[in-house]
Design a protein around this ligand. Sequence first.
Ligand SMILES: Cc1ncc(COP(=O)(O)O)c(C=O)c1O
Length: 334
Amino acid sequence: MPNSPSSHPTGAAVDSPQLCRLPGTVGPHSALRKIGNTPLIELTHMSPNPNVRIFAKFEGTNPTGSIKDRIASTLVCELERQGKLRPGQRIVEASSGNTAISLAMVARQRGYKACVVLPEGVPPMIADTLMLFDVHLHWCKPLAGMRGAIEAAEQLAKDCGGVPLRQFQNPLNVHVHETTTGEEIVRDLPNIDAFVAGIGTGGTITGVAKRLRRHNPKVRIVGVEPRMGERLQGLTRLEDHFAAPLFDIEMLDRRLLVTAARSLQLMREITTREGLVAGVSSGAAMHGALREAERMDSGNIVVMFSDSGWKYLPSRPWDAAERDDPELDEVHWW
Ligand SMILES: Cc1ncc(COP(=O)(O)O)c(C=O)c1O
């Protein structure tokens, strides 16, 4: 049998995202102090191999329900540290949803305004949430892709005198996952054998892989991407990796392609079999974890569940998957 994870469920506090390090500015009970230190939850029903245990790094417990709270807080902290932000100033970012919501929360907490460039077609739930935060929304054509949204955000920042957040370019995106997400995983499961995650900006997989490799150079790193022509919340395809300078392909042992239908099916199974409500990209990553478990003799896998699934529910995404709807692959499943 594989070894058990370490026995301290709360664990010693790992250096949390850097905003918390600004002295005297963030109280111990601030929402910003509740970012990170997310649980590892064992998925006891889904492993296809009795000798392989699968643990979800469940980022849904962050204040806005996604891993992007780590990035938004860290990048805003850095802008503050560099003296680039004045109270009330606008922070501008291109996002397909999660980063926008995280930025909205951090901006509210720290007294800034958030402006977000969103591709048209995001479900009403995301736009409604952002409007609740009083975020300024700017729409761009989805066909322009993330590159188009990033360019639009840069232009918008110039036009409105705002400050761009730049999650796709800032190396701190990798660093925060190395020093917090990866550090927490090593702390909670020192005998990890494989790590599986989707790739968006590449920050998560690159940063976590760096930390895990320092801990154990033999840890296998598996990246999951949507199949050609398919789109999944937060994930990009390497071939489309226009400007993801943060992503380090050398860190990967293996790349797996996944369909939208399979991701949605597994998203649902995570709820029906494990009782967890995780997002669509968690279903995609779970596909990678199951494949990896089949290949291993024994061991421990950590699979990244980047967000909770509640915001996807109003669109009932699994309905189309269960109907085997041919339109499925044409739809962007936010
Ligand atoms: C739901 C979801 N999963 C996975 C990712 C990928 O994370 P990263 O950008 O760190 O590669 C994202 C990124 O936005 C996301 O929103």
